[in-house]
Design a binder for this molecule. Structure first.
Ligand SMILES: *[C@@H]1O[C@H](CO)[C@@H](O)[C@H](O)[C@H]1NC(C)=O
Ligand SMILES: *[C@@H]1O[C@H](CO)[C@@H](O)[C@H](O)[C@H]1NC(C)=O
Ligand SMILES: *[C@@H]1O[C@H](CO)[C@@H](O)[C@H](O)[C@H]1NC(C)=O
Ligand SMILES: *[C@@H]1O[C@H](CO)[C@@H](O)[C@H](O)[C@H]1NC(C)=O
Ligand SMILES: *[C@@H]1O[C@H](CO)[C@@H](O)[C@H](O)[C@H]1NC(C)=O
Length: 522
């Protein structure tokens, strides 16, 4: 037997066979015993992919949609990215958490070329806009459903915006349509509505200046209080104080502008309180530097907080929406540099605390007021030399464009901010101006018209300034233009005999509608 099997003997061969058999049995057992399996190295990640992807069969998830199928192709290569992608890419109405606040912020941006990201974001936006325009029908959805779904949709857009996926301009477009509001509120008609007004002009004394409360004057016709604005192509969401506070929980709404802005502020204060006395409301003016300067008649603004929802509503007086700087601080009669291309210092200082901003300007842009205030136009830090801007109309247009473009430039660094520019409120002096016997004596609502059908705003400057920006136009010009009977007229308490106020509005009145339109978009 010498030489057989390279010199191994029979005994040795059987030993080797026994060892081989044992090893085979051991390996077989290893693979089936959980205890032993824990000593194995982790399996390849690909093996953990959902069964439907591996098999190529129909997805087993309950709500398959196109974008998920697209997503699956990606996660087949990078399964570890799945979680991130789904948080970001999930349409808000599918398996969205009921609490919009609990939507986790995306941990990181998708690592795909910007062009692709833009395109995808756009597709998602379209999808969401479509979804929500069918979903946001108040007669079908209960408030809480609609609110949650749409809020989480908006939330997602906010996240995308802060991640730089959606441009601010797109954001403005979508966030309005996310509430089913791809609608031009400026187009529509006035209709008589018995449930108006939202508050009584004789009881809202805590917020409403008596100089604007026509119920407290000799005026006896109040038909102008009973009108509702009906947009042509959509329903205007019915204002509800409770809804307002829910949306504005822990938030601040700021009106910044001239006295017409102050009217809108007082109107909103009365609307959200129903004109009732509210001893719980806190004056937080100090937090925004709104204190009465020594010797002044009033502070530059007011800020009030509703403690139950931590909601703050404020008004800051900035008639020109520009920066005013005394040229000689030691001189009480100093001239002021009116920096047309600089935002008011207040906005630079407090923008980070504002969630909803409503800007307006307009009625201080005349020579008389500029001279009386000793305001000297400056551009680029020096007295203006540009002849086009030197004209009042040119200066106003230039300033509106400047402030809107500045706010727009702040949107990315202030992701909480929603900004509106309110178009000009029309005056109705006839047969003269405010100081030359002009009047507005009509008391019959809708006698000069009740419908607005044009698409573009009548406030050309405002319309062109917001174009292509993330600042939204609160276009109230034309709808207010047909409301000549709504002014304070000859009843103003403060006006001297014979002088009429055809600029400010009786409250309750037309500015309430501006706030309804604002409410529908926040
Ligand atoms: C809104 O969300 C609720 C759950 O929060 C869901 O039941 C409902 O189907 C959603 N509606 C729409 C239109 O997505
Ligand atoms: C997934 O993550 C890997 C590394 O963790 C990364 O290289 C890859 O770019 C990511 N893919 C996507 C689509 O985010
Ligand atoms: C916003 O939408 C309008 C109409 O849908 C469109 O004309 C406009 O270009 C959009 N703006 C931006 C910045 O996308
Ligand atoms: C109120 O809201 C602000 C944000 O606007 C927040 O910083 C503050 O902590 C809130 N206060 C309370 C008591 O929740
Ligand atoms: C308004 O100002 C903008 C920006 O300065 C300018 O482009 C536009 O031509 C001006 N419009 C008018 C009517 O002056």
């Amino acid at each position: 037997m010498k030489g057989l099997f390279y010199g191994l003997r029979g005994k040795e061969i059987s030993l080797i066979l026994i060892v081989l058999t044992c090893t085979t049995i051991l390996i077989w057992a290893w693979d089936r015993t959980p205890l032993l399996a824990t000593f194995l190295p982790p399996k390849n990640r690909l093996l953990q992919l959902p069964q439907d992807i591996l098999s190529g069969g129909p997805p087993t998830r309950s709500t398959p949609i196109d974008s998920e199928i697209h997503v699956n192709k990606e996660i087949a290569t990078f399964p570890e990215n799945e979680t991130v992608y789904h948080q970001e890419g999930r349409p808000f109405n599918i398996a969205a958490p009921t609490d919009p606040e609990s939507v986790p912020a995306p941990a990181q941006k998708k690592e795909i070329p910007p062009g692709v990201a833009d395109k995808e974001a756009k597709q998602e936006q379209t999808f969401e806009a479509e979804k929500s325009s069918t979903a946001e029908n108040p007669t079908i959805l209960t408030e809480s459903e609609g609110y949650n779904n749409l809020t989480s949709g908006k939330k997602k857009l906010e996240q995308e915006r802060s991640a730089g996926i959606v441009s601010p301009a797109d954001f403005a477009n979508i966030s309005s349509s996310a509430r089913g509001k791809a609608c031009n509120y400026a187009k529509g008609k006035w209709v008589v509505e018995d449930s108006r007004p939202w508050y009584s002009g004789s009881t809202c004394k805590q917020w409403l200046s008596s100089m604007w409360a026509c119920q407290l004057m000799q005026r006896k016709d109040f038909a102008y209080e009973k009108l509702r604005w009906q947009p042509k192509d959509c329903e205007l969401e019915e204002f509800e104080a409770a809804k307002f506070f829910r949306r504005m929980q822990d938030k601040t709404l700021a009106f910044v502008g001239d006295s017409l802005g102050r009217q809108q502020f007082q109107s909103l204060m009365c609307m959200v309180t129903g004109g009732e006395e509210r001893p719980d409301v806190i004056d937080v003016g100090k937090e925004f530097g709104l204190v009465k300067p020594r010797g002044a008649i009033r502070p530059n603004g007011w800020a009030y907080r509703f403690p139950s929802t931590n909601t703050t509503i404020l008004y800051y007086w900035s008639a020109c929406l520009c920066d005013l700087e005394p040229l000689d601080i030691t001189n009480r009669a100093t001239e002021y540099a009116m920096h047309l291309d600089r935002p008011p210092a207040f906005l630079r200082q407090y923008l980070h605390k504002i969630d909803v901003l409503v800007l307006n300007t307009g009625h201080h842009w005349n020579r008389g007021k500029l001279n009386a205030n000793r305001w000297v136009m400056h551009v680029g830090g020096v007295p203006n030399k540009n002849r086009k801007i030197a004209e009042i109309g040119g200066a106003k247009n230039f300033t509106i464009h400047s402030i809107v473009s500045w706010v727009n430039s702040q949107l990315l660094s202030h992701p909480q901010l929603r900004a509106f520019y309110r178009s000009i409120s029309p005056r109705h002096f006839v047969n003269g101006d405010w100081n030359t016997g002009g009047s507005c004596d009509n008391t019959t609502p809708m006698s000069i018209g009740k419908e607005v059908l044009q698409d573009e705003s009548s406030d050309y400057s405002a319309g062109s300034a917001v174009k292509g920006t993330g600042v939204k136009l609160l276009d109230i010009t034309s709808l207010s233009q047909v409301r000549d009977e709504g002014h304070i007229s000859r009843y103003s308490i403060t006006a001297s005999r014979g002088v009429q106020d055809c600029l400010h509005w009786c409250l309750p009145g037309v500015p309430d509608t501006w706030n309804e339109i604002l409410f529908a978009q926040i």
